[in-house]
Design a protein. Structure first.
Length: 156
């Protein structure tokens, strides 16, 4: 499956080990990323003078284009970012299964289910860390494998 992975790039240097674990697990489980951005954008961000500013819109535009070609979306939301929320909403609107990951407990946070009735149907929210993220990703991919989804529809 093609998996679109999104995360806040503002703190990529601080969270790189954790984000790389997610990225590597997606690959190890045999899935293809919709956009290879992690290492490339980390090098870019580290190479520029942050005072000059970064046009984050360029990165978000690439992500929005990639969502359309993805089968699934994995969103890491530990560091809150409105662009990530917007991308999650776009994915739900396109009826893409979305896995929201956070290293904080966000189960009690009121998310977009009041805005989009499809939210609960397409979004899975999980708290994870370096030790649990691989198992969570594997379960999400298995649950949303096209063969499993077809079998579930047939059994209805």
């Amino acid at each position: 499956m093609i998996v679109h992975f999104i995360a806040t790039q503002h703190s990529i240097d601080i969270n790189y080990t954790y984000l790389k674990k997610i990225h590597d697990t997606i690959n190890q489980l045999g899935h293809k990323p919709s956009r290879k951005w992690l290492s490339k954008e980390r090098r870019f961000i580290e190479s520029i003078n942050r005072k000059d500013g970064i046009n984050w819109g360029v990165f978000t535009k690439k992500d929005l284009e990639a969502i359309g070609g993805a089968d699934l979306v994995v969103a890491e939301v530990t560091d809150e970012n409105i662009a990530i929320g917007y991308q999650i909403a776009v994915a739900v609107q396109q009826k893409k299964p979305v896995l929201i990951l956070s290293r904080h407990d966000i189960s009690s946070v009121s998310l977009s289910s009041n805005v989009n009735p499809d939210f609960d149907q397409f979004v899975t929210i999980k708290r994870c860390d370096l030790n649990t993220v691989s198992g969570i990703l594997k379960g999400f991919f298995e649950k949303n494998d096209i063969k499993n989804r077809i079998c579930a529809l047939i059994s209805l």
